[in-house]
Write a protein that binds this ligand. Structure first.
Ligand SMILES: NC(=O)c1ccc[n+]([C@@H]2O[C@H](COP(=O)([O-])OP(=O)(O)OC[C@H]3O[C@@H](n4cnc5c(N)ncnc54)[C@H](OP(=O)(O)O)[C@@H]3O)[C@@H](O)[C@H]2O)c1
Length: 321
């Protein structure tokens, strides 16, 4: 009897060279116990993970990394980042989710919020400093680094979403310029500051990074690419004490998706969810009700397991650079 993958529940415990796995089969009726030797899989410092409805029931080894990768609890980056008394730069801060993030950072006691904007900014708070920052403009990125002193948290929020049907390559490039190269170049520019502060990069992605919405394929492609970039950056910076977080936003009530007649969460909910996830140290943040509904599936996915396995390829020298 083959368990249905998406209904498989397992909890594992290692006994010397053996791994015991309890499987709850579809329908919840059958409980199986498997034992097998793991000479090539279990090495000191490696850990097998399992899926469980409740807390994981097997030992966690300090400094271990995950293999196998079916693991329900959020992956954390170690210590979470509390916003209080921190300096935060948010791109695309004049409206939508970016603006809500500015307000939420102030509520949480941020010392300074640098608000990246292309035009004016209506938030009048002495702790907010507007920074002219078109994320596609290299000169403005450089000027922004000169304007911002120390930095603890960079939120790559600026983004565009345009309808297309893949017939116009220029539209795809436009999405990539803002949604992929924008966060990449802004992050690279602020990396020295983030290394000094042992800070955090938060990339506002979307659930469409995981599956395209076919009426916005250019946007979906750019968010999928930005997720891949986020994962690579996370692995490359892990040894440098800079944490990199992916935010899988569901539909939020902003100008961006005015045309979609679907339930949308308020921007305040998204902003709170993002900073809550950051404070909990979650590397993948699901900040709203829709995105939360897929969090468990993502964390238990083959794609997530591969991310962890491939991250182990980063040479120690690169991780420490
Ligand atoms: N709303 C959703 O349902 C949803 C869902 C998933 C993910 N997201 C993501 O969340 C982020 C914020 O989205 P939103 O809904 O708040 O969008 P929004 O209301 O349309 O706001 C977009 C923001 O990005 C800025 N921006 C656009 N191009 C820029 C550029 N080249 N350089 C700098 N800033 C630029 C805009 O500035 P201007 O005012 O100057 O145009 C604006 O501040 C985006 O990355 C988006 O992909 C949103």
């Amino acid at each position: 009897m083959k368990p249905h993958a998406n209904r498989l529940l397992a909890a594992g415990r290692t006994f010397g060279p053996y791994l015991a796995i309890e499987l709850v089969m579809p329908g919840g009726s059958l409980l199986a116990l498997l034992l097998w030797t793991l000479p090539d899989v279990l090495r000191p410092g490696l850990e097998v993970t399992g899926v469980s409805r409740g807390p994981m029931s097997f030992n966690r080894h300090p400094g271990s990394i995950h293999v196998g990768g079916i693991c329900n609890p959020p992956d954390t980056t170690g210590e979470g980042m509390n916003i209080a008394n921190k300096t935060v730069l948010i791109t695309g801060a004049n409206r939508g989710i970016g603006r809500a993030l500015v307000s939420e950072a102030l509520v949480r006691g941020a010392e300074r919020v640098y608000a990246g904007v292309r035009g004016g900014l209506e938030i009048a708070d002495p702790r907010v400093t507007p920074v002219t920052l078109d994320v596609t403009n290299a000169a403005q990125i450089t000027r922004a680094t000169e304007q911002v002193g120390s930095l603890d948290v960079l939120v790559n929020n600026a983004g565009i979403a345009l309808y297309d049907d893949l017939s116009n390559p220029a539209l795809i490039e436009q999405h990539l310029a803002v949604n992929l190269y924008g966060p990449l170049n802004v992050t690279r520019a602020f990396l020295p500051r983030l290394r000094r502060s042992q800070g955090a990069v938060v990339n506002n992605l979307s659930v469409v990074a995981l599956a395209p919405v076919p009426v916005i394929p250019g946007y979906s492609i750019s968010k999928a690419a930005a997720l891949n970039m986020t994962q690579a950056m996370r692995a490359l910076l892990a040894g440098q004490s800079v944490s990199v977080h992916a935010v899988f936003l569901g539909p939020i009530d902003t100008d961006m998706n005015r045309g979609f007649d679907i339930p949308k969460a308020p921007t305040e909910v998204a902003a709170r969810g993002i900073f809550d996830g950051l404070e909990r140290g979650e590397e993948d943040i699901f900040p709203d009700p829709m995105s939360q509904s897929i969090a468990q599936g993502w964390r238990a996915s083959a794609a997530k397991a591969l991310e962890r396995q491939f991250a182990a390829f980063v040479p120690q020298s690169a991780a420490a650079a």
